[in-house]
Design a protein around this ligand. Structure first.
Ligand code: PLP
Length: 465
């Protein structure tokens, strides 16, 4: 940074923010006596606040979004050029970047063929729910309307996506929710005792956890279940990876009962785990994939529903029926800045070999966290893939009793004071908001990862001794 920030007086900005802005996920009472953090500038892995303080951003914009890092000229230029040429036209028509990004995206997703543009992860997930409901009406006499979702997963902030929300604390006070959303158990090996599966491990546990989904389908009646919606790795619910054996069995169960498999890649999509998509680690083909955050790294708002030709065809059948096609629109799904930014974003990932970097740096981060686990008894579990890692903090390794949310937040605050922004699961699962979250940009170097891990080491010592 060139120092201009400290010379500029941002006191008016801070006053305007305090007077008029309602921040997301934040209790505002403390701002009566303190100032909110205002992020002013970003470059690469780093951001600066209103006081000129520099931070290493280990969470890609707070919520795992800025995958290629800040200040990317090629994306900014692509967006500017596109906006000058054509800023917007409704997606009832096509656009040049819309067609070209869809083509490039589908190249990365064998078995998939159609891209539906929208503008947030929640909205993309809702589009799938609508497609599933319409398929139920078109093909199954209105019966296969139920959508299964998993304990601890999150699919968005709207009422329909909260109806598919497996985070009871996040949902508290926002009901009643939409009907025909049904919860299935989580698949977290570290807490397998909660599932009554403590006698199993590895792939045996994975298959048994998936079998619990089948039990729900049988209980509900397979003729009523239209889709199963899952995160490839649960993000805000605690960075939870399913063990080996889980996903092939999930696909088998979906095939057996004619249930569409919807993978929510809003966090894992576009490189976060070291492959283009999280599900590509599991050797399965989904029926729907939704994505948002990393698609354009936050340079423009874009989200996509991607599906197969088999699903798409259902909406082309019987063209004489005026209600038979997908009668849905998203106004800002027609903003051309999104696909223009997404094309340039994908180009950067390819040109700079960021998938390979993510795999290598993720392995380094995971190894460093396991070293920290030897030193700090409070680290109960280390989980994650690529540059998407979590550390679960517990009071006692035998009982696995979680630390208090307030104590986990003290670790985040101390890292912040050291100049490293990390995340923590918050107000999600009652009594289980104890997982530190890490999702640095895919450009992270070994030195960046070491800085993050060193800060966590210092913070854990300060908070837990
Ligand atoms: C897995 C997952 N799905 C969906 C969403 C919702 O995305 P958005 O905030 O863009 O609506 C999120 C947001 O954090 C998410 O983590």
């Amino acid at each position: 940074m060139d120092g201009t920030l400290t010379e500029n007086d941002l006191s008016h900005v801070i006053a305007a923010d305090k007077a008029n802005v309602w921040h997301h996920l934040v209790q505002h009472k403390p701002f009566e006596t303190t100032d909110p953090r205002i992020i002013v500038e970003g470059k690469g892995m780093r951001v600066w606040d209103q006081n000129g303080k520099e931070y290493l951003d280990a969470v890609s914009g707070g919520v795992w979004t800025v995958n290629v890092g800040y200040g990317r000229e090629s994306i900014c230029n692509a967006v500017k050029d596109q906006l000058m040429k054509l800023c917007y036209f409704a997606q009832t028509a096509g656009s040049i970047p819309g067609a070209l990004f869809a083509e490039k995206l589908i190249e990365k997703m064998p078995g998939m063929s159609r891209v539906y543009y929208t503008n947030s992860g929640s909205e993309a997930n809702e589009k799938v729910f609508k497609m599933v409901r319409q398929i139920a009406h078109k093909k199954y006499d209105g019966k296969k309307t139920k959508i299964l979702y998993r304990d601890r997963d999150y699919h968005g902030s709207t009422l329909a996506t909260m109806s598919a929300g497996g985070q009871d604390e996040r949902n508290a006070q926002y009901g009643p929710f939409a009907p025909d959303f049904v919860k299935v158990p989580h698949c977290m090996e570290y807490r397998k005792h909660e599932l009554g599966l403590e006698h199993l491990s590895g792939a045996d546990f994975g298959r048994a956890a998936a079998d619990q989904i089948e039990e729900v389908i049988l209980r509900e009646g397979p003729e009523t279940v239209g889709a199963l919606c899952l995160e490839p790795i649960t993000a805000g619910g605690g960075v939870i990876e399913a063990p080996e054996g889980y996903w092939p069995r999930v696909r088998e169960i979906c095939d057996k009962y004619d249930v569409l498999l919807h993978i929510d890649e809003v966090v894992c999509g576009v490189g976060r785990t070291g492959k283009w998509f999280g599900y590509q680690h599991f050797g399965i083909e989904p029926d729907f994939v939704t994505m948002a955050k990393g698609v354009a790294s936050g340079y423009a708002a874009i989200a996509c529903v991607v599906t197969t030709e088999r699903v798409f065809d259902i909406f082309k059948e019987d063209a004489s029926d005026p209600l038979a096609y997908f009668r849905d629109i998203s106004t800002f799904g027609g903003c051309t800045a999104g696909p223009a930014a997404a094309l340039a974003n994908m180009q950067i990932i390819e040109d700079e070999n960021l998938l390979e970097n993510t795999t290598a740096m993720g392995a380094h981060m995971n190894a460093r966290f396991h070293e920290l686990q030897k030193k700090h008894a409070v680290i109960g579990d280390v989980r994650g893939k690529g540059l998407f890692q979590g550390i679960e903090l517990v009071k006692d390794r035998d009982s696995k009793e979680p630390v208090a949310e307030a104590d986990a937040q003290k670790v985040v605050a101390d890292c912040g004071a050291q100049g490293v922004i990390i995340g923590v699961t918050n107000r999600s699962i009652p009594g289980r908001n104890n997982t530190l979250c890490f999702s640095p940009a895919l450009i992270a170097t070994k030195a960046d990862i070491d800085t993050i891990c060193d800060a966590v080491d210092v913070a854990l010592t300060k908070v837990f001794g």
